[in-house]
Design a protein around this ligand. Structure first.
Ligand code: GAL
Length: 740
């Protein structure tokens, strides 16, 4: 993998968080006041969770603070390793992921193990009463292993086996690699099972990628046999008569180049299953030797290549690495994007607090313009994660290495080596603040709103040629059809209003929610359409959009008019045609006078405009121009005891999203975390448990903002101050408050 590919991979993984902050025109921020003025549902109280979750490390009921610690790079400097402990104490750190890429230091030659240096590290950390997430080192294989067993290296789409190269590039099928991983993991588990520092397993690092070696291809064919049983069923599922692609033997299956979008989709499913299987294999000795030690692996946010929902049963805790492009006028957008991803990781385990496993204490070395965090922004970024349900704030990395790819990447300890720098001081200040937040540990959120975000839906859309052109026709690249961005756009209005949201896969149960927003539900997995109908029938409110109910789970178009599989009746609309519009299109959506959502005026739209027929639905807005001017663009249909909205065009900015959500909040009676106007650039998150409610109030602007709490009285958890009436939040400031 070249350096360019390395950066590109990074671009992919930040899609919902980081890139969300890249391109907001300054004038859009001026739109926020209209949202801030949204009337909250009168008297509605946010739901709270009855009982806290157990702390991530049960014997350590504090927010975990620390990060990746790579003492294996400093073995020749025992003085530095000793110094680290004093600095860690000064920084208020207590938890470290150790040995992530240390395989060659643990096994310098086959079968010769050298654990003494690691013993020392764990002992020093244990002596302080701190915690180690001990890593399994499978993320980077030693050179000697690649040389002796070439099969462990990946084969690319072009059929060539890779060089030893970088990291994260082993074949997940290779029996030899699997055996080697189990051997080293067994040794680690045997040696450290009873070590007082061992708090959890940090399994591998950021699993990713695929391999096209003969072993993987054979395994894929077996996987397909298991899924379809017969070639006939597979041919039908893929519509393989197209371009004479009909398969007459299993050996003909070729996932590398294919016009069959169902096959492309299955390759991604297989890659996920194979990675999960690799992880299960990898953790088998850990489960056997340390049955009570939780297992997690660090994930890359909304990374395209793996369906992270499939890991939720394998991991005891969910963890992700957040690298926010987080500064200046765009900070709130990056924060909202990160909020979205945080809400996925919390929802993955039914509200259980997750781990923010990596973040940068300053800037990265791989962003194009790695702007420094401004004063206040470090604390704010950490509190943002905690407010959404993280019980850890951890960094990559503790100390900067002197060489290699990451020597310029931010770290707590700089090359200068002391505690004097601004970054260290920011981290230490955060460490000190965390000492006052023990009451937060194990609390969580119980949202009334769910936004659906489903990797398979996203893949199906990305793998399909059209309805608009893919920049990369194979759909492997980052140029998918903005599924992520669209989901975040639908999420943002709730976040601005301080309304808790779960971001969930389309197959998850919906009964806990009053409102479900399903942006671009292009593919309907089995049972999803029925579940949505049941949800609305029983009184729920559903928001569907253009490009919904188009294909089944093998990417075959659904017959009988879109949105298909019964959603046409649910939405009361037939989406006859989808218009793709140019970026300078004047098309707008015009609110109908007296519409039920109280929308007024007109709103710009972009990218997609469905030409729909309101078969049963009421029309709330129409198109302004082109040959379909005056035709429906936004509708609502009563179905059973509930309602289904259909947004036929993609809003070009936040105005329509904000207005729509404002109307829904009023109509459904959704509760906000804090029932006050939130001025532009501010937001509030809530966590609760055991009768306590905590609020995280943020100002993401570089100017101060005033929030009027009116008669509400809140206690600052850090200063002990009682707040009421008008509260000034300085630039990039956050406060953690106790309600009641
Ligand atoms: C992460 C990775 C770390 C480090 C970091 C740099 O993706 O897990 O090992 O490379 O990026 O930002």
């Amino acid at each position: 993998m070249s350096q360019r590919a390395f950066s590109r991979r990074r671009f992919l993984q930040g899609a919902a968080g980081a890139t969300a902050g890249l391109a907001i025109p300054g004038h859009l921020s001026a739109l926020w006041p209209s949202v801030a003025a949204a009337p909250a549902a009168a008297g509605a109280q946010p739901l709270t969770i009855a009982k806290r979750f157990a702390p991530i490390v049960p014997r350590f009921p504090h927010i975990l603070h620390g990060g990746d610690y790579n003492p294996d790079q400093w073995i020749e400097r025992p003085d530095i390793l000793q110094e680290d402990i004093g600095l860690m104490e000064k920084a208020g750190c207590n938890t470290f992921s150790v040995g992530i890429f240390a395989w060659v230091r643990l096994e310098p030659e086959e079968g010769r193990y050298t654990f003494d240096w690691l013993d020392g590290v764990l002992d020093r950390i244990a002596a302080k009463g701190w915690n180690v997430f001990l890593a399994t080192p499978s993320g980077a294989k030693p050179q000697w292993m690649s040389l002796k067993y070439p099969e462990i290296k990946r084969v690319g789409r072009d059929g060539r086996r890779a060089f030893h190269a970088f990291r994260h590039d082993h074949c997940q099928t290779s029996p030899i690699y699997r055996r080697k991983v189990q051997e080293i993991n067994t040794r680690l588990a045997e040696r450290y099972a009873k070590h007082p520092a061992l708090a959890g397993w940090h399994v591998s690092n950021e699993y990713s990628g695929d391999c096209f070696c003969d072993l993987c291809l054979a395994r894929f064919r077996d996987w397909l046999r298991g899924r379809y049983n017969t070639l006939d069923a597979l041919n039908q599922a893929y519509w393989s008569g197209f371009w004479s692609q009909t398969l007459t033997a299993w050996e003909q299956i070729e996932p590398r180049e294919t016009p069959l979008d169902g096959l492309r989709l299955d390759w991604l499913r297989f890659t996920t299953d194979q990675t999960v299987d690799f992880m299960k294999h990898e953790i088998a000795p850990l489960r056997r030797l340390t049955p009570d030690t939780p297992v997690t692996t660090n994930m890359m946010g909304t990374f395209h290549g793996l369906d992270y929902w499939r890991f939720t049963d394998v991991c005891d805790r969910m963890a992700w690495d957040a690298y926010l492009f987080f500064h200046d006028d765009n900070a709130w957008k990056a924060a909202a994007g990160a909020g979205f991803t945080n809400d996925i990781y919390r929802a993955m385990k039914g509200g259980r607090p997750f781990l923010l496993m990596e973040s940068t204490p300053s800037s990265t070395n791989w962003y194009h313009t790695p702007t420094l965090k401004k004063p206040g922004q470090h604390e704010q970024e950490m509190l943002l994660a905690i407010g959404h349900g993280a019980d850890t704030t951890m960094y990559f990395q503790w100390r900067k290495g002197r060489g290699g790819f990451e020597k310029f990447h931010g770290a707590v300890v700089d090359h200068e080596g002391s505690d004097k720098g601004r970054v260290f001081q920011d981290v230490a200040a955060h460490g000190a603040l965390l000492k006052k937040l023990d009451a937060i540990v194990g609390t969580s959120v119980k949202p009334e709103v769910a936004v659906l975000f489903d990797w398979e839906v996203r893949w199906a859309l990305a793998m399909s040629e059209g309805p608009r052109q893919n920049a990369d026709w194979r759909g492997w690249g980052p140029f998918e059809k903005e599924y992520n961005e669209t989901a975040v756009e639908h999420y943002r209005p709730f976040w601005k209003l301080g309304i808790p949201v779960d971001v969930i896969e389309s197959t998850r149960p919906l009964d806990a929610y009053k409102l479900v927003v399903a942006p671009m539900l292009y593919m309907l997995k089995p049972g999803v359409a029925e579940k949505l109908r049941t949800f609305v029938q029983a009184g729920g409110t559903l928001v569907l959009t253009y490009l919904s109910g188009i294909v089944n789970e093998t990417n075959l178009c659904l017959p009988g008019g879109w949105p298909g599989a019964g959603l046409r009746e649910l939405a009361g609309v037939w989406a006859e045609e989808l218009d793709s519009i140019a970026s300078d299109s004047p098309q707008r959506l015009v609110a109908k006078a007296g519409n039920a959502l109280g929308l007024t005026g007109d709103f710009p739209v972009k990218t997609y405009c469905d030409r729909i027929h309101a078969e049963k639905a009421d029309v709330l807005a129409t198109y302004q121009s082109d040959f379909y001017a005056g035709q429906p663009a936004l509708t609502v249909n009563r179905f059973g005891k509930g309602r289904c909205y259909y947004v036929a065009a993609r809003p070009a900015d936040d105005t329509l999203h904000d207005a729509l959500v404002r109307g829904l909040v009023r109509e459904i009676g959704l509760a906000r975390a804090l029932d006050v106007d939130l001025p532009e650039g501010t937001t509030v998150q809530m966590r609760s448990g055991d009768g306590e409610v905590f609020l995280f109030l943020h100002n993401f602007r570089r100017e101060a903002r005033v929030v009027d709490l009116k008669a509400q009285r809140l206690t600052d958890l850090v200063t002990g101050e009682t707040l009421t009436g008008k509260v000034t939040l300085p630039a990039f400031a956050s406060r953690v408050l106790r309600k009641g």
